[in-house]
Write a protein that binds this ligand. Structure first.
Ligand code: COA
Length: 176
């Protein structure tokens, strides 16, 4: 399809649009999504503002971040993002993230989306390192990263403090 940045079989990544805001807001509202992030957006308008920023960033000659919608069988099911490409003295690396709507989890979409994003980011930005942090308790996230070739570099003990509890995070990376 015309605006695909990357696709394989039934999964494709395309630039996010302001009209995705309502659905992306819904993606963040269930218990699992809330558990795995520090903050949850308060309104569709807040998500739309974030998307507008992402669209402006994408228009730059050297974007520092990108947000892409994930489509599965022609339906929008979530999003991925990549950040940090324009950080001075760290242009060789970037950080990724993923969010899939609860109705579409557990179907292999996350695994394929991370593989697509990784190939796209290494190719477009000439990166040497792509990394991410995930809760040690997030078995699904850890599994999809491992299946996409990311290696566990360490467990950061008591790395986050949320609702009065200290949480361990894992650092995963792929280098080339
Ligand atoms: C994490 C997330 C992106 C995974 O995407 P997905 O499409 O559901 O993942 P897939 O279906 O491709 O694969 C999930 C894998 O994890 C495994 N898995 C899922 N939940 C698990 C659990 N609780 N314990 C053990 N394994 C689990 C599945 O068995 C599968 O592995 P397999 O293919 O070897 O069987 C998705 O669940 C999500 O968006 N969660 C909420 C937001 C979030 O946590 N984002 C990541 C923050 S770092």
């Amino acid at each position: 399809m015309k605006d695909s940045v990357s696709e394989s079989g039934s999964v494709r990544l395309r630039p996010i649009r302001a009209s995705d805001a309502g659905f992306m807001f819904e993606c963040e509202r269930d218990a699992e999504a809330r558990r795995n992030f520090m903050t949850t957006p308060k309104s569709v308008a807040a998500v739309r503002n974030g998307i507008r920023k992402a669209i402006r960033e994408r228009g730059k000659a050297r974007p520092g971040s990108e947000e892409l919608a994930i489509e599965w069988r022609g339906r929008t099911v979530g999003r991925v993002w990549i950040t940090g490409m324009a950080a001075r003295h760290a242009e060789h690396k970037a950080c990724i993230g993923i969010m899939i709507h609860r109705d579409f989890r557990g179907r292999g979409i996350g695994t394929r989306a991370i593989r697509l994003l990784t190939a796209y980011a290494f190719g477009k930005y000439k990166l040497k390192r792509i990394y991410t942090y995930t809760r040690a308790s997030n078995r699904g996230s850890r599994r999809i990263l491992e299946k996409a070739g990311y290696k566990l570099e360490g467990i950061l003990r008591k790395d986050a403090l949320k609702d009065g509890k200290y949480l361990n995070n894992c650092l995963y990376a792929r280098v080339r």
